[in-house]
Design a protein around this ligand. Sequence first.
Ligand code: SF4
Ligand code: SF4
Length: 178
Amino acid sequence: MSYEIPHRWIVTFRYPLEPLPPPKELRGRPIIDPNLCIGCGACVRACPPNAITEEIDISKGIKVVKIFYGRCIFCGRCWEVCPEGAIRLSNEFELATPNKDDLIQYVVLPLHKCVNCGKPTEFTERQVVRVLTMIQELPIERREELRSKILLCRECKASFLSKPMELRGSEVYEKVKA
Ligand code: SF4
Ligand code: SF4
């Protein structure tokens, strides 16, 4: 029996002395596209090591989604769950740096302001647009209920929804009606 041995059978590479192209399937550094992210937080809840976090700053009227690559295990869960396709798994894997700040990506999104009192709500402007688009096909009564839940801040929502329908202020109703 004879074996065919390739003429140049490479079994080792000179990496890291020479660059080594990563395989196409590599799950490398996840990158959020700030133009697509709506700040829904699905990636935050799915990330096993809590490498992605979100913070709401009502005084500044912003939500910040943050990935810290120092904790990332490159599992790709964030990419799988993002409903907007806003996360791309790049082929970057050499992330060593002397500066920890290089290992962070921030996405800053403006918060939606209550249509009644103008205070920032806990939803981002993009989330509100997304939900309003999604509920367009629902019956009008259901749509108005959902619109009041998303377009008003907690206080205005509580005061509006706690009253019986006939006592709800028409001024607020005008702002949330479908
Ligand atoms: S790849 Fe995995 S560990 Fe890294 S940010 Fe996404 S979900 Fe978290
Ligand atoms: S899941 Fe996608 S859209 Fe939602 S916060 Fe994460 S990156 Fe943004």
